[in-house]
Design a protein around this ligand. Sequence first.
Ligand code: CA
Length: 490
Amino acid sequence: MNFKTFLPLMLLGTSLLHGQSKPNVLFIIVDDLMKQLEVYGDSPIKTPELLKFSKEAMTFDRAYAQYPLCGPSRAALMTSRFPDNGGATYNKAGKSAMVQKNAAKFGVQTMPAYFKSQGYITVGGGKLYHNSVMPDKADTAVDFNVALSNHGHDGKKKKVKVDGKIKKMTFITEASNKGPFEHKDGLLVKQAKDWMAQHAGSGEGKPFFMCIGLKKPHSPYSCPKSFWDIYKREEMEVSSVKAPNDILSHYSLSSPDALLKVHSDTMKYDGVTLPHAKKEEMIHGYQACVSYADFLCGELLKALKENELYDNTIVVFTSDHGYKLGEYDRWAKYTLHEKDTVVPFLVRAPQHKGQFGRKTKAIVGLIDIYPSLAELCGLPIPDKIDGKSFAKTLSDPNWSERQYIRAVLPRVAKEDHSKGAGVSIIHENGYRYHHWWEGELSSFPKASDIVGYELYDHYRENQTAISTRNIYKEKPELLTQMRELALRKD
Ligand SMILES: [Ca+2]
């Protein structure tokens, strides 16, 4: 037994008493959750459960997705491979069967499949990949011994005509009269709680690895009315943050109306014509859904405590990418900017109790979750993955395994639909860098192929707002240094 393996076992004495040699894991991933939460400072969004949890965990301030869209981000997380290094480069490639197949080509198992192969009981439910976990499907069985379903309510629908065909589409918001456990996510959490109670009572000595993917606050912003009632409509503030200066908009920004087009009551608008009252309703709905997701996370944590599992369970809470609510006159995701790539990130490792309640500025990527959980559970870190373990940061918040982290994004470069792509770097020096080139995402460019640069001074000391001033012309030496890093593949 090497030291790395021995340490967690030594510190988790209580589990040994119960005949279980390794800690359990509860991994919670929420869909489309922005980092603007109370745990990060002043936020109008009420998340009392996460706030309470942050006192019993470590809060990461600089955690980033590797691709600002569900499927590819989740594929990168689940396989610990960058999207342009064997991960998914488009949304549908983030479905579980394809993620597993692609990972196998590189000799990598998905994170839950790896834990399963190491003797863990793996339990999964909800949106973990671009698709939901489906009990009885072969690809689900690769990852999970136990699959939970999430067939509950998720938004009221209306019939609308799209391209001459009648389609049923959800309204963008809904304050529903259903109970919290009748909605999709609530139904899932109820099953997870039941499973925990049953497992705790079974006396089985095996550790579990539970992955729960909550769909909220992803649109439609549909949740029980009681969560809407936490807020007052007149207090909703529409962002006045405008797009950065001197950028190639078709690369740097997402479509202004992509979110609006998929809901029955907003499809007639674009980012410019969307009425102010509708914007306020959308922000209200998003905030209500975040509070609903917060409530459900609290239910999961409560179940761990009630079943005396909490002190022997590592908990990771995060989102698949960030989100915009009107900033840059855009909604949702799909840019490399800070709002779209930064994620909330909280980790509770019972063996590092001494650091609970602390915050860290260590830079981490979602691809780092896989090797970190392996190390924290005393398992060998698999070869051929790109992630780096942040386990040491949990005992020393000043320790950062990374100096920077990368995200990527393919684009349509021109009106002729030719390909373009971009890469971003967020560096511990406080700067955010992007560059764009014409060509495939997988075709790494030479410096001479680059068609656009962005450089933002984001994290200077005492600076709270995200800068939208593109300063790439003002800092030529720094630009060259950052470009060198962005042209690497690590
Ligand atoms: Ca998402």
